[in-house]
Design a protein. Structure first.
Length: 140
């Protein structure tokens, strides 16, 4: 949790890290196996392509802290979406049939004004929703 810790206030602690669902890694693993099999023929191109596959996956950070919800992505170009817990109005939950089978959902956090934060393919979505609501209650 590099970004979350670096950008946290002194009195702020991480309540819950929100890991990526295993399906994020499955796509990268598929391309890794495919390109390693083709490596004798296309070694240089395969390595560059693998960087473009894995860097976006490995540089995502999502967390709930005692003061905010953080979603950071990127390595060279970093972008972060953050919402202060005091600004949270609703925590919505969307889970498809496939999400029910594989154990993931999208959590939509709506804040005051125009801001929304969508956390897609969240594993253990009920626990994450509860963690957000608990942190929001404790922040008051």
């Amino acid at each position: 949790m590099g970004y979350v810790k670096r950008s946290s206030a002194e009195d702020e602690a991480v309540v819950r890290n929100i890991p990526l669902h295993w399906l994020h890694y499955a796509g990268g693993l598929f391309w890794t196996v495919l390109l390693v099999a083709a490596a004798p023929f296309t070694l240089g191109i395969s390595l560059v392509f693998l960087l473009f596959v894995w860097i976006p996956i490995l540089t995502i950070e999502r967390a709930v802290t005692t003061h905010r919800i953080v979603f950071k992505k990127g390595f060279f170009n970093i972008s972060s979406d953050e919402m202060q817990l005091a600004a949270v109005e609703t925590v919505e939950f969307e889970q498809s049939f496939l999400g029910q089978i594989l154990g993931y959902a999208t959590i939509k956090v709506t804040g005051r004004g125009v801001s929304n934060l969508d956390l897609k393919m969240v594993p253990d979505p009920y626990d994450v929703k509860k963690a957000i609501e608990r942190a929001e209650r404790d922040d008051d």
